[in-house]
Design a protein around this ligand. Structure first.
Ligand SMILES: [Zn+2]
Length: 338
């Protein structure tokens, strides 16, 4: 560890440095100044803007710390699970040509571009996952696309029995189940976790088991994101106003320990995706108050009935209306759209 703070005077001279070395490892350590380059030859392998950005990050972190608004900056080790660096484009030092992306000092790297863009690249952030996969995120200056208004409004109830139950203003309801592959992957993760716990600390087999576990985690996270992206994109395409419930009560989670791990991560990420996609395409996203009794109110007569426990899937209101619990909830959420 090269990170030292011997006094406040020294702090300003600290440099936060990130490099990709020839073995394609991302390395992060803290150094004092460019004059240390002769002493630490690996500094010369990083491009100067990457070093400058890392320094900016550290300066900001220290400014926050001394202002009392942040904790002491943590040391970023080269063995950290996820490493990344950001560098800026200067007159085409970052550019895309024939399926390759050019990065300063690194040169052209073969890559898979997820979507095309028009506009100027401002910066690139290169990151490496725990399993050694590299990603580059390009920040691009682009004119906003004109968006086309959508026809419908929709209310979405998030749950454990189904991932989402939605009803639109044409009173078409749809139940989206929890994807089976997520449950299957969760079981595989548990198995790898047990395998890891049996391995001796510090052994090679333990390192191997760690990598296997990290790969399973990565896969499940990707599967989950893919599922959520497709669903949120479709909802934003079809609807101009989207009402979603944001919080789930704790008692609902109690009896569903397995589903919990799938549920809580996904709901948060799903609402986050709906939010930024709504902003991007000019949709209105309404987050219902967590206290809004979407499940308890009868969507036909508006009377709030008694509290319904989780096992009540269907019920009949005093007004005679018969309800599916989740569809009724989504209709009540839809009513907040007007
Ligand atoms: Zn009723």
């Amino acid at each position: 560890m090269v990170f030292r703070v011997t006094g406040m005077g020294d702090v300003k001279k600290q440099y936060n440095v990130l490099i990709i070395d020839s073995q394609k490892y991302l390395t992060k350590s803290v150094e004092n100044s460019p004059s240390y380059k002769p002493l630490f030859p690996f500094l010369a392998e990083a491009d100067s803007l990457a070093l400058a950005n890392a320094k900016l990050n550290l300066d900001t972190a220290f400014a926050k710390f001394f202002a009392g608004t942040g904790g002491f900056p943590t040391f970023k080790s080269r063995r950290r699970s996820r490493a990344s660096y950001t560098t800026n484009n200067q007159h085409g030092t970052i550019r895309i040509e024939a399926g390759k992306v050019r990065l300063p000092k690194v040169g052209f790297v073969r890559f898979t571009q997820h979507r095309p863009f028009e506009g100027v690249i401002r910066s690139a952030t290169v990151s490496m996952t725990r399993t050694g996969k590299f990603f580059v995120a390009l920040l691009v200056d682009q004119d906003d696309e004109p968006w086309i208004p959508a026809e419908n409004k929709v209310g979405i109830d998030l749950g454990l029995k189904h991932f989402a139950v939605m009803t639109n203003d044409e009173m078409v309801s749809e139940k989206i189940g929890n994807p089976r592959f997520l449950c299957q992957s969760e079981a595989k993760v548990k198995k790898s976790q047990r395998a890891l716990s049996r391995k001796k600390i510090g052994s090679k087999n333990r390192e191997k088991a760690k990598l296997i576990l990290a790969k399973k985690h990565e896969k499940i996270a990707n599967q989950r994101k893919d599922f959520l992206h497709k669903l949120s994109r479709r909802i934003v395409d079809e609807n101009q106003v989207i009402v979603v419930e944001t919080l789930k009560s704790k008692d609902m989670m109690k009896d569903h320990k397995v589903a919990k791990s799938i549920g809580d991560v996904s709901w948060y990420e799903f609402v986050r995706q709906l939010e930024y996609k709504s902003n991007f395409y000019g949709r209105t996203l309404i987050k219902a108050d967590p206290w809004y009794a979407s499940t308890q109110i009868c969507s036909s007569c508006g009377v709030k009935g008694e509290k319904k426990t989780m096992d009540v899937r269907e019920w009949t209101c005093a007004c005679g209306a018969h309800h599916d619990r989740d569809i009724n909830a989504s209709i009540n959420l839809l009513m907040l759209a007007d």
